[in-house]
Design a protein around this ligand. Sequence first.
Ligand code: SF4
Length: 361
Amino acid sequence: MADPPGVGLFNFPVSHSAQLIARLLEFHQALHGWYQIHQRKLPWRDAPSLYKTVVSEFMLQQTQVATALPYFTRWQRELPDFATLATASEAKVMKLWEGLGYYSRARNLHKLAQAIADRPVPPRSPADWQELPGIGPYTAAAITSISFAEPAACVDGNVVRILARLAGEERLFRDGSEAAKHFTPLADALIIGSDPGTHNQAMMELGATVCFRQKPLCLVCPVAAFCAARKKGEPEKLPRLKPKQIEKRSITRVWCEHRGQLLLKRGHATAKRLAGLHELPDAADLGLQELEKKLLLAVKRRAITRFQITESIYAVKPTATLAKIISATSALEWVPLRSLESITLSGPHKRWISEILSREK
Ligand code: SF4
């Protein structure tokens, strides 16, 4: 990132490079000193290993730490290393991931373990890691900096937020990726010393526990003295990103129960998001229209990326016409209610189904 003449790290007036380096060292001491004392105790930081780092980084893509914690513990117990994961069945992998969402992560992690198990040694450079399934620039930087001390900066939403505020950057970015690209040179420049993994983790920890999107805790921030946005006031206004275009969608779902079985649809093996996962079928799968006159069991709302989705679940009785459609559609399956625990349902559908069944008791 090019600085205007005479202005150095985070808009600080500097006259020569020695001043800039001294300031960079001060920033490091403040951040790393804070991290040593205040870092959260997390299971992947306890006796760290390449495998724990990889699994935690996959789980933490799109997921909060608190949500990932019980999944990580269970995963470690059942699949403690690359070799065990590589030979596990897909059904077991998906079941352990059930409820965590974004299931392509589980499938990619499974494939990655198989690729690693086939090699005499795991790759070391960020570029080589990016050749593996499910690994983008951020995950490659996180894994290789933590496990192999590669000087690669992790630039995710948390880090973009911190850097935009430290630098007081007021430009409007099209989206998060444009902002990440803009701040990558600055994030790279902040990596000094022999422990880039600790530096990346300290930055991520600061974003997750102090420099919140709303109401950042500037009063206790270890790098407040370096922060241009804090000095100006209203740091929560940065970074500036164009608002996302929200698209609304409505889906009509069918609840069809018959002789202790529930009708479910299984995602096709090649489906990007729901391969192998079960969900309540939608009305179109069964050629049904005008369900308004049927019994409405629940209305659920959720957001997936830029879509705001409203799903209405109607109770439908199995008719002879429906039975014909069901037997002609391989993706539709009657699943005994007592076997629901042994199949893998998508997270929201698992919750909705157990909520509706608990009302029946
Ligand atoms: S001073 Fe406030 S806005 Fe600046 S980095 Fe720290 S928490 Fe974030």
